[in-house]
Ligand binder design. Structure first.
Ligand code: AMP
Length: 281
């Protein structure tokens, strides 16, 4: 397993792989890897000849009031996880390597980036799509892997790839949860013991939703009950609870076929997201 921090260096390796006709999978991450990231890496290893894992805490997707400085980092541990999941390369550039001194270009997917998480975090998704577009151009992957835990991000990246004609197969990988149901996240380390218990209300409310959503049910009823489940816990502050069409992310009124229940909740200082997506009832 090799580690690259320079764009030119990884490009040289990619060129060798391409000349040998090898298929390349890319797993973009912000590091502090856990079993959720490992499942993306393993999926890539299974379906490609070479897997590159990028580890880059991308400044442009954090607002000034967010946790860029305190975001957890541990490159040594990350490299071990990539190696044991079968990855071939870690690409871990510094911010200056990625953005240079005078970066003026941004990629934004309209509409989809402006709803849900885009309301509280208005510049977030443009930061994500810009850095992912750059990673696509550097690594030239055949396939790229994204977690369905960040469902809105996955839909936005798929749209970007379609609109900008990236010849890359965008794969969504199911959410990996802890044994108690909490979706794994690098930000879970911010949670105290009590907050972690409160955070379980997110997955619990999705289990409630799955059991109770039937054709013809009103979204507002399910949302109200999810709100109760989450608000019953101390330490929680709801950012949003939405039930949307799983492709367009438009709000649903009456649920009659596929749906996505999407949640964002502050638990203590951690902002957690979780979701349940069904394409058929
Ligand atoms: P991050 O490092 O948080 O930016 O995440 C990097 C990638 O890992 C994204 O595509 C995430 O959706 C994915 N990911 C993070 N947590 C999980 C999880 N619990 N299950 C599946 N994928 C995840």
């Amino acid at each position: 397993m090799k580690i690259f921090d320079g764009i030119n260096d990884i490009r040289k390796e990619i060129e060798i792989w391409k000349k040998a006709g090898l298929k390349i999978g890319l797993v973009p991450t912000m590091g502090y890897l856990h079993a959720g990231h490992a499942s993306l890496i393993k999926e890539s290893v299974k379906n490609n000849d070479k897997t590159v894992v990028s580890v880059f805490v991308n400044p442009s997707q954090f607002a000034p009031n967010e946790d860029l400085e305190s975001y957890p980092r541990d490159l040594e541990r990350d490299s071990e996880i990539v190696k044991s999941a079968g990855g071939d390369a870690v690409f871990c550039p510094c911010a200056e390597e990625m953005y240079g001194k005078n970066h003026l270009t941004s990629v934004k997917v309209s509409d989809l980036s402006e709803k849900l998480c885009g309301i509280t975090r208005p510049s977030h998704f443009a930061g994500v799509t810009t850095v992912v577009a750059k990673l696509f151009n550097i690594v030239l992957p055949d396939k790229a892997y994204f977690g369905l835990k960040d469902y809105q991000q996955y839909i936005i990246i798929k749209k970007m790839a379609e609109d900008l004609n990236f010849n890359i197969d965008i794969q969504g990988v199911p959410i990996v949860r802890d044994s108690d149901g909490l979706a794994l996240s690098s930000r879970n380390i911010y949670l105290s013991e009590d907050e972690r218990k409160a955070a379980l209300s997110l997955s619990r409310s999705l289990i409630y939703a799955e059991k109770n959503i039937k054709s013809g049910v009103k979204a507002v009823e399910i949302i109200g009950n999810i709100r109760d489940i989450v608000e019953r816990e101390a330490h929680t502050k709801i950012d949003y609870i939405k039930i949307c069409d799983p492709l367009t992310l438009r709000d649903l009124d009456i649920i009659s076929s596929g749906y996505a229940v999407l949640l964002a909740v502050y638990v203590g200082k951690a902002r957690l997201i979780d979701n349940l997506v069904k394409f058929n009832l």
